[in-house]
Write a protein that binds this ligand. Structure first.
Ligand code: PLP
Length: 380
């Protein structure tokens, strides 16, 4: 049978048939204790194999064109477990310099204690990764589009580099979601998500998902049952429910973000827009070649003299908020949050100006979002 379309996978893949009552949705199986005599597999929530957990493994595998998948209690549980599954004392990992703050903290605060070596790249070109590879390197780790500058890494080039050196390649695919980027198609080994973001999509659950080959997923499973960052039945159900509308939500995120990016780029109050769907984006062609859509995240800088904090206070519809990727539009100023501990000079060195705003474009009517931005710009 030919592979089903993304929308159909989102709605139906892995669903549990309610054979008892004929209900239209997967029932929630609350048990944490299961019969074990003659049972194969023996079910237990920490073994990732309760019925509602299994739905998610199958769904993310199908969405990522992978053989298998696993659900976790958070994005960081997925990322930390996956890293530790492939790294032991004496090993080395090369990571992108444009990495999510939580993943950065995990590496720099924990790896020394475990005797795991790491290097961050100086850029996202394939040469930047290759120059950091050492004899004991085991893993290459990328993230694209990056946070908050939406930098694009060439996933195929990195996957090929990893293959050439016999390394496991991993991607944090949270920003693109599996609707906009399917990195295994380009040879990446393992794709990871904070399902708290687009997969959950409604700013109300914490979860993580991982997809890869059966062999890689089994390695992650072996580590995961020891670390115990498993997803509960209730949240598994809510995540299944959320993913049913993932493809249709992401399509709307994509089109709204494209419209807003083009609008802002022409605007006299805006100094710069970062969005991979704009032709002015330095990696637009790479993005076009590897992504099915350019995503709902964009960043922009206000013209000199305009106060970014004041601007956020004047917004009525768009909420200043720490998280991202919900159905509602949210905005965040990195210089006040993720990059607050750096000096203005240090921020400048990593390309984060004090007037930079990261915009998580929601799926409201695009005219309403633009209208809100316009009225706020007039007031500052
Ligand atoms: C939020 C996020 C994470 C961490 O996920 P949690 O669900 O908060 O643990 C990892 N990577 C990216 C890109 C994120 O945005």
């Amino acid at each position: 049978m030919t592979k089903k379309g993304k929308h159909t996978i989102c709605i139906h893949e892995g669903e549990i048939k309610d054979t008892q009552f004929g209900g239209a949705v997967s029932p929630i199986f609350m048990a944490s204790s299961y019969e074990y005599l003659d049972a194969d597999p023996m079910r237990y929530p920490r073994y990732f194999n309760t019925p509602n957990q299994e739905v998610l493994g199958k769904k993310i595998a199908a969405l990522e064109n992978a053989e298998a998948g696993l659900p976790f209690a958070s994005g960081m549980a997925a990322i930390s477990t996956t890293l530790l599954a492939f790294l032991s004392k004496g090993d080395h990992i090369v990571l992108t310099n444009e990495i999510y703050g939580g993943a950065f903290n995990f590496v720099v605060e924990e790896f020394d204690k475990m005797g795991i070596e790491y290097s961050f790249t100086n850029g996202v070109g394939v040469d930047d990764f290759e120059e950091k590879i050492k004899a004991n390197t085991k893993v290459i780790y990328i993230e694209t589009p990056s946070n908050p500058l939406l930098t694009i890494t060439d996933v195929k080039a990195v996957a090929n580099l990893a293959k050439k050196h016999g390394l496991v390649s991993m991607i944090d695919n949270t920003f693109a979601s599996p609707i906009n980027l399917t990195p295994l198609d380009f040879g990446i080994d393992i794709s990871m998500h904070s399902a708290t973001k687009y997969l959950g999509g409604h700013s109300d659950i914490l979860a993580g998902l991982v997809a890869g080959s059966t062999e890689h997923i089994n390695t992650i499973f072996q580590k995961g049952k020891n670390l115990g960052g498993n997803l509960s039945h209730m949240i598994s159900y809510l995540l299944e429910r959320s993913i049913k509308t993932l493809a249709i939500r992401v399509e709307k995120h994509n089109s709204n973000a494209q419209t807003i990016a083009e609008h802002l780029e022409k605007h006299s109050a805006i100094a710069k827009v970062y969005y991979p769907g704009l032709e002015s984006h330095p990696n637009h062609n790479t993005a076009k070649a590897q992504m099915h859509g350019f995503g709902g995240m964009l960043s922009f800088e206000l013209r000199k003299g305009l106060d970014a904090a004041e601007f956020q206070k004047k917004l009525k519809l768009v909420k200043p908020s720490l998280s991202l990727a919900g159905v509602e539009s949210t905005i965040l100023q990195p210089s006040l949050t993720s990059h607050a501990l750096l000096t203005p000079e240090q921020r400048k060195a990593v390309g984060i100006s004090d007037s930079l705003l990261r915009f998580s474009v929601g799926i409201e009517n695009v005219d309403d979002i633009i209208g809100d931005v316009e009225q706020a710009l007039k007031l500052i």
